[in-house]
Design a binder for this molecule. Structure first.
Ligand code: SAM
Length: 153
């Protein structure tokens, strides 16, 4: 997702961006570096919220954080939602996908970054880009894999 936003800044430039399940803050930071009007990063893990703040500061980006679970709430006030690797778990995917579809139906552009997880709703997606990416062998069983960025139809 970070690489895609670097190559296609027009997707977020001047827009309010919401980064769901932000982890390190990477997608929100990439959006701000691509001239987003604002970026809000959400994650339920307090360590992620701390990391997002540190990484945003290290990259001289202003990123707001939300530490609660937003998946039972209406879609955020945003023009673009970024969802990077949120579909790695069946239970999470069951909650994330309807929330993203509701956001899409409300007119929000939804981009999903995914390294080929089993829960990807391929029929609802348009592939925008496919990249070879490095992985961390602490977490994954490969050193490199392919990952795609999709738009929710
Ligand atoms: C695989 S990481 C993805 C991080 C980041 N989006 C990226 O692409 O690098 C998944 C993240 O989802 C977060 N997460 C899990 N359930 C969540 C929920 N209900 N709401 C928000 N974040 C959640 C985890 O804490 C974790 O940081």
């Amino acid at each position: 997702m970070g690489r895609y936003l670097r190559e296609h800044a027009e997707v977020v430039a001047g827009r309010r961006v919401f980064d769901l399940a932000s982890g390190s803050g990477l997608c929100a930071i990439a959006a701000m570096r691509a001239s987003a009007a604002s970026a809000t990063a959400s994650d339920i893990d307090p360590f992620a919220i701390a990391a997002i703040r540190l990484n945003a500061d290290a990259n001289a980006c202003r990123v707001s954080t939300i530490g609660r679970d937003v998946l039972d709430e209406p879609p955020p006030e945003a023009e673009v939602i970024l969802a990077g690797d949120c579909l790695y778990d069946a239970d999470l995917a069951r909650r994330v996908l309807p929330w993203l579809l509701t956001a899409r139906n409300a007119g929000i552009d939804v981009l999903i970054g995914d390294p080929g997880r089993a829960h990807l709703p391929v029929d609802d997606l348009v592939e925008l880009a496919n990249y070879e990416v490095r992985t961390t062998s602490d977490l994954e069983d490969l050193q490199r894999t392919r990952a795609s960025v999709y738009r929710l139809r």
